[in-house]
Structures are given as structure tokens and as C-alpha cells.
Design a protein around this ligand. Structure first.
Ligand SMILES: Cc1ncc(COP(=O)(O)O)c(C=O)c1O
Length: 336
């Protein structure tokens, strides 16, 4: 893998831990978790890895202003605002909709982190992002535009590299080896990696990394919003571009992508009983927080697949926790 330049921003490697009480509660499969909610940078999450490469690219282009966009409670925008602050970039985040009466969760953090917020009102997000970019360019502020979710070949490269990190952890005697109290999965690995998928960069990067380094592990993205054909098409396209960017001889078609779209529930960012119960279950059994928008849907989906026997009791599976807990507070009224 030929990685592009990166700026260290994340706390890596992120921990990998067995969820013993959850596993006992389910009666198998054996569930482990990779804590990318602990990547650091003002609350952590999957975007911190992507930003190491995206902001190195921005620096390489002598950019001064970072522009990106997302939903109102975007974790991606919050992590971009934090990374921009740390590296001395100006940051503009384009958030969908109108400003709420009260700033909570990620919106509050965007503001604290010094990002300028532009609301789309009733316009399309990509259109407003492009408008902001053109305006900043015309005014000479050297803008760099990061797509929604940081999901292009540069951002996704980070998740191809994250598979290398996981593989090293599995082979590390200190973490998993034959030492007293060692956790004992050394070298054996996981049958599947499950995680929340949306704009597709994490999904694409993990798919490329696993094809190169862990070909017997299935990379199963659980959609939080996109229908199956859209998600598979996006992920296959980004995965092919990422592989070529990393000088790997792979191309991907939608049929090569493993995805499940049964757990979108009421829709993007909408919480129902299923997300609420999943959040409480993991919090009460393991002390691990997940969110209603991403990990709550994906973790609940994984548990349901285990209960239905699609994921077999004998399997050892990894949930890749992509973060999102900062949004929990924006849902406080619906969580109790
Ligand atoms: C917490 C969390 N999990 C998962 C995702 C999905 O990642 P991707 O956009 O790479 O599909 C996001 C994206 O915003 C996120 O914030």
C-alpha cells in the first residue's frame, strides 16, 4: 500500500476490546469492538483518521480555509472544525437546515471550536458548499473543499491503512498474545467487521484494506440512510479509486460490496425504540456509548443478525465503533 502524506492527529492505534458481558447476554457470537470513538480530537470518531490525510493534502496545496458540510449534528463537521483549529486553518461548515433555537451536541462544539457555520435553509447542501467555495476562492482565502463525510480516495485511504493497524494488533503478543491475562484471539482474526456506513468512505477503505490484508474477513457496512443500490455503487466507486490511488491492483463492482440496509429504521437521524434499546443495552452491559444516528443503528443491526442466526453463534465478529456520542445530548428528550 502506497500511502499519501499524513499529519498525525488521531490517537492510534485505537483500542480493541472483547465485549464479554454482551457476548454472554447474546449467548454468542463472540463480539469485539474497535474503539474509533476514541481517536481523540474533540470527541473522536471515524473522521479523525480521514482528516490526517485530507488536511495533509490541504496543506500541500497551501490552503488556508477548510470548507466542508453535513447534517446539523454532523460528527464529520465537528472533527473537521477541531482538526482545522489544531492546525491553524480557518474552517467553514455548511450545515443542513436552519439554525435551531438552542445549540447542543455537535453544533455547540462546532461553535466552540471556532468554525463559521453556514446554514443551507431550503437549498441543497452540495450547492451551498460549492457557492461558499467559489466565494472564498474569489476573495483570495485559499479554500480547500472536503466532500461530505470526507469520503473520497484520500479520506478512504485512512481506513485501508486502519486494516493494517488491526492486523498488527491481532499479531501483537502484548495485546492478544500468550501472556498472562492475554485476551486470546492472536492471529485468528474475525469472520466479519460490522460498522455504520453512510457516505461510504469508511466502508470503501475497509473493503480495500481487507482485500489486501485480511481477505477472509467480510466487511459488512450497515446503512444508516442510503438504499442498497446507492450505497453499493458509491462504495464500489470510492473503493476502486482508493485502490488505484494506493497502487493496489484491485477494482470493485457493487457485487463485491457487502452491505445491509435493513436497519435504517425511521430514517436518517430519526430515533425509534430499536435505537433507544440498543444504546441502553450496550451502555448498561459494557459502559460503551453509541449514538442514535450511526452506531446505534449499526450495532442494533449486528445484534439482530446474530439473533437471527445470519451471523452464527460460533463466529467472532468485530464492531468497528465509528463514534458519534457527542450527538447523544441533542437527543436527550427522546432518550428517556
Ligand atoms: C459516527 C459516524 N459513524 C459512521 C459514519 C459513516 O461513515 P462514512 O461517512 O465514511 O460512511 C459517520 C459519518 O458521518 C459518523 O459520523
Amino acid at each position: 500500500m502506497n500511502l499519501p502524506s499524513r499529519i498525525p492527529l488521531a490517537h492510534l492505534p485505537t483500542p480493541i476490546e472483547p465485549l464479554k458481558r454482551l457476548t454472554a447476554h447474546l449467548g454468542g457470537a463472540e463480539v469485539w469492538i474497535k474503539r474509533d470513538d476514541q481517536t481523540g480530537l474533540a470527541g473522536g470518531g471515524n473522521k479523525t483518521r480521514k482528516l490526517e490525510f485530507l488536511l495533509a493534502d490541504a496543506q500541500g496545496q497551501n490552503a488556508k480555509t477548510i470548507i466542508t458540510g453535513g447534517a446539523a449534528q454532523s460528527n464529520h463537521c465537528r472533527q473537521t472544525a477541531a482538526a482545522a483549529a489544531k492546525l491553524g486553518f480557518r474552517c467553514i461548515v455548511v450545515l443542513r437546515g436552519d439554525p435551531p433555537p438552542k445549540f447542543t451536541g455537535n453544533i455547540l462544539l462546532d461553535d466552540l471550536l471556532g468554525a463559521e457555520i453556514v446554514w443551507t435553509h431550503d437549498k441543497e447542501r452540495e450547492e451551498v458548499m460549492q457557492e461558499v467555495f467559489e466565494k472564498e476562492k474569489a476573495s483570495g482565502s485559499d479554500p480547500y473543499l472536503i466532500p461530505i463525510g470526507g469520503s473520497n480516495k484520500i479520506g478512504a485511504a485512512a481506513y485501508a491503512d486502519a486494516v493494517r493497524e488491526l492486523k498488527e494488533q491481532l499479531n501483537s503478543p502484548l495485546l492478544f498474545g500468550d501472556v498472562p491475562n492475554g485476551r486470546g484471539v492472536r492471529g485468528e482474526g474475525f469472520s466479519r467487521i460490522c460498522f455504520a456506513s453512510s457516505s461510504g468512505g469508511t466502508h470503501a477503505g475497509l473493503t480495500v484494506g481487507a482485500k489486501a490484508l485480511m481477505p477472509s474477513t467480510e466487511v459488512l457496512g450497515i446503512s444508516v440512510d442510503e438504499p442498497l443500490d446507492v450505497l453499493k455503487n458509491n462504495v464500489a466507486r470510492i473503493a476502486s479509486e482508493t485502490a488505484s490511488f494506493l497502487n493496489l491492483p484491485f477494482t470493485f463492482t457493487p457485487d463485491d460490496i457487502h452491505a445491509n440496509t435493513d436497519y435504517i429504521g425511521k430514517g436518517y437521524a430519526l430515533m425509534g425504540d430499536y435505537e433507544r434499546e440498543t444504546i441502553r443495552l450496550l451502555a448498561s452491559l459494557e459502559g460503551v456509548l453509541i449514538d442514535p444516528v450511526y452506531s446505534g443503528k449499526a450495532f442494533g443491526g449486528m445484534i439482530d443478525l446474530i439473533r437471527k442466526g445470519v451471523i452464527k453463534k460460533e463466529e467472532r465478529v468485530l464492531f468497528w465503533h465509528t463514534g458519534g456520542q457527542m450527538a447523544l445530548f441533542a437527543y436527550s428528550d427522546q432518550l428517556r
